[in-house]
Design a protein around this ligand. Structure first.
Ligand code: UDP
Length: 508
C-alpha cells in the first residue's frame, strides 16, 4: 500500500524523519517495528537502527515494507567488538539468544558501546533527522541524542498503568524494600498493593540499580514518550502518567493492528516455525471462541517438570487448545517423547506448536476464545485487540501488574494463581502453579457461564474500541497525526495544559 501522507507535499515541508532504536528483545523490537511501519504508512520516514543478527530477523518486515512502498529502512550497525572481551558468545545480539544467566548483565553493558556507531550514523545523515525514538532500556541513547542536538522520545513497552506504578514507586524510593514488605503504590487512581515479587521495576535486582537509575533519567530528560496502548483502555492511567512526567505521552496503539494481512503478520519477529496456514486450517474446523491458545512469550522458559504440568492441565481442562513450546524447552528426548504421547492422547482436540508461532494470526482467528499468557504487555494487548479474554500467569517484571490491569481493572482475565516471580530459564524450586490450577483457570475462562460470558463481552468491547482507536478519527490514529505534524512543523505538543487529579479512590 502506498504511503498516505496527511500533508500536501507540494506545499509542505518534507516529511519528518524518525530514527528508531529498538532494544534487542522480541517484546521490545516487535512493537517498535510495527511503530516504524505505522509512521511510514502515514508518510513519515522511519529508520530502524539494529545490529546484523537482528537486521537478518527483520528481513521479512523490510521486504513487506518494500512491497508496500513504505519509506522504511533498516540501518545496520556492527554489534560492539567489546562483546568478545565481555565473554559474550559470537552472534548473541538479542536477549532471547542468551543461554547463560551470567551473560545478561554484560549484554546490557556491551549495548552501551553502540553509542559511537549511532552517533556516527546520526551525524553522517545529509539532513538531521526530526526525532530519535529509543527504547527506555537503551538509556545510553540519551547522551548521544543530546550531543547531536536532536529531540528524543522514549518508547516504553508496558502499559501506562505499569509505568505509572513504576514512576510513583521510584519517586518514593519504594523499590528498595526488604523481602517481606508489602506496600501500596502511591499516587495511583486505584489502590495497588504489591510485594517484593510483584512490585514495579525492570532492574530491581541488586547490582542493576545503575540501569534502573539511567532508565528513569532517560525518561525524565526525554522530550516525551510513546506507549503502545490506547485511550479507551486506560485513559486515567495515561493521563496520570503524562501528568506525573509533565511531558507528552503519545499513545498510538495497539500497534499490532497495523498488521492487517497474513503477509504482514507473518513478518513479525522470527519466521514462524509452523506455516501460518497449518494452524489456521486446523482452527478453521473448530467452533467460534472454543479454542484456548497458550504461549508464554519470547523469553520465559519452563523446566520439563513445569512443562508437563501445563500439558496435563490443558488435557484435564477438556478444552481444545493450541499450545506453543519453545525449541529450548523441547531439547531433550524425554520432553519430545512426553509431548508426542500427549499429542496422541488429545488428537483432534489439541495441537502443540514447537518453536516460534504466528501469534497474531492465531489470536485473530474467530475460533480462538481464550489465551493463557505470561502477561507480557504485547501479548495482553494483542489479545485484547482481538477481543480474546485471558488466563493470566505472570512470570516476572511488569507481568504481575499487567495481570492486575487485565483482571482487576479491565475485567478480562482469570488469574492462574502465580504470586511469586520465577527465573527466566525456569525455576523448579519456585513451582507454585500446578495442573489443577491450569485446568481450573482454563475451564473458568472457557466454560460459557454467565461470568465467562461477561468477561468475553468486555474483551470483545475493548477489541472493538481498539480497532476504532486505530481507524481514521480514532484516538491513536489522531495522536499519530499530531505526532507527525509536531515534528513536521517543529511545534511540540504542549504538556503544560495537562491537569489531572490522581488520588486513590477505588480498591482493586
Ligand atoms: N510472539 C510470537 N510468537 C511466539 C512468541 C511470541 O509472535 O511464538 C510475539 C508476540 O506476538 C509478542 C511478542 O512476541 O508480540 C512477545 O512480547 P510480550 O511482551 O508478550 O512478551 P516477552 O516476549 O517480551 O516476554
Amino acid at each position: 500500500m502506498a504511503p498516505t501522507a496527511e500533508l500536501d507535499t507540494a506545499t509542505s515541508p518534507p516529511p519528518p524523519h524518525f530514527v528508531i532504536v529498538p532494544f534487542p528483545a522480541q517484546g521490545h523490537t516487535i512493537p517498535m517495528v510495527d511503530l516504524a511501519r505505522l509512521l511510514a504508512e502515514r508518510g513519515a520516514r522511519a529508520s530502524l537502527v539494529v545490529t546484523p543478527v537482528n537486521a537478518a530477523r527483520l528481513r521479512g518486515a523490510a521486504d513487506h515494507a518494500a512491497r508496500a512502498e513504505l519509506p522504511l529502512e533498516i540501518v545496520e550497525v556492527p554489534f560492539p567488538p567489546s562483546a568478545a572481551d565481555a565473554g559474550l558468545p559470537p552472534g548473541v545480539e538479542n536477549i532471547d539468544l542468551i543461554t547463560d544467566y551470567a551473560d545478561f548483565r554484560p549484554f546490557f553493558d556491551v549495548m552501551r558501546d553502540l553509542a559511537a556507531p549511532l552517533e556516527a550514523y546520526l551525524r553522517a545523515l545529509p539532513a538531521p533527522p526530526s526525532c530519535v525514538i529509543s527504547d527506555l532500556s537503551n538509556s545510553w541513547t540519551a547522551g548521544v541524542v543530546s550531543r547531536v542536538g536532536l529531540p528524543r522520545l522514549f518508547f516504553h513497552g508496558p502499559s501506562c498503568f505499569y509505568s505509572l506504578c513504576d514512576l510513583n514507586a521510584a519517586a518514593h524510593g519504594l523499590q528498595q524494600q526488604a523481602d517481606d514488605d508489602r506496600y501500596v503504590v502511591p499516587g495511583m487512581p486505584v489502590r495497588v498493593e504489591v510485594t517484593k515479587d510483584t512490585q514495579p521495576g525492570f532492574f530491581n535486582t541488586p547490582g542493576w540499580e545503575d540501569l534502573r537509575d539511567a532508565a528513569m533519567e532517560a525518561m525524565r530528560t526525554a522530550d516525551g514518550g510513546v506507549v503502545n496502548t490506547f485511550l479507551d483502555l486506560e485513559d486515567e492511567f495515561i493521563a496520570c502518567f503524562e501528568a506525573a512526567l509533565a511531558k507528552p505521552v503519545w499513545t498510538l496503539g495497539p500497534f499490532c493492528l497495523y498488521n492487517r494481512d497474513a503477509d504482514a503478520m507473518a513478518s513479525r519477529g522470527n519466521t514462524p516455525d509452523v506455516a501460518q496456514s497449518v494452524v489456521t486450517t486446523w482452527l478453521d474446523a473448530m467452533d467460534t471462541d472454543s479454542v484456548i491458545y497458550v504461549n508464554f512469550g519470547s523469553l520465559a522458559r519452563k523446566v520439563p517438570k513445569y512443562l508437563f504440568e501445563v500439558g496435563h492441565g490443558l488435557e484435564d481442562s477438556g478444552k481444545p487448545f493450541v499450545w506453543v513450546v519453545k525449541e529450548s524447552e523441547v531439547a531433550t528426548p524425554e520432553v519430545q517423547e512426553w509431548l508426542s504421547a500427549l499429542e496422541a492422547r488429545v488428537a483432534g482436540r489439541g495441537v502443540v506448536v514447537r518453536g516460534w508461532a504466528p501469534q497474531l494470526a492465531i489470536l485473530s482467528h474467530r475460533a480462538v476464545g481464550g489465551f493463557v499468557t505470561h502477561c507480557g504487555w504485547n501479548s495482553i494487548l494483542e489479545s485484547i485487540a482481538h477481543g480474546v479474554p485471558v488466563v493470566t500467569w505472570p512470570h516476572f517484571t511488569d507481568q504481575f501488574l499487567n495481570e492486575r490491569l487485565a483482571v482487576n481493572v479491565l475485567g478480562v482475565g482469570v488469574p492462574v494463581g502465580a504470586t511469586a516471580s520465577v527465573l527466566l530459564f525456569g525455576d523448579e524450586a519456585a513451582m507454585q502453579v500446578g495442573r489443577a490450577d491450569v485446568a481450573r483457570a482454563v475451564s473458568k475462562l472457557m466454560d460459557g457461564g454467565e461470568e465467562a460470558g461477561e468477561r468475553r463481552r468486555k474483551a470483545k468491547e475493548y477489541g472493538e474500541k481498539a480497532h476504532r482507536a486505530m481507524e481514521k478519527g480514532g484516538s491513536s490514529y489522531e495522536s499519530l497525526t499530531q505526532l507527525i505534524r509536531s515534528f513536521t512543523l517543529q511545534e511540540p505538543k504542549n504538556s503544560s495544559s495537562i491537569t489531572v487529579e490522581c488520588s486513590a479512590n477505588r480498591h482493586i
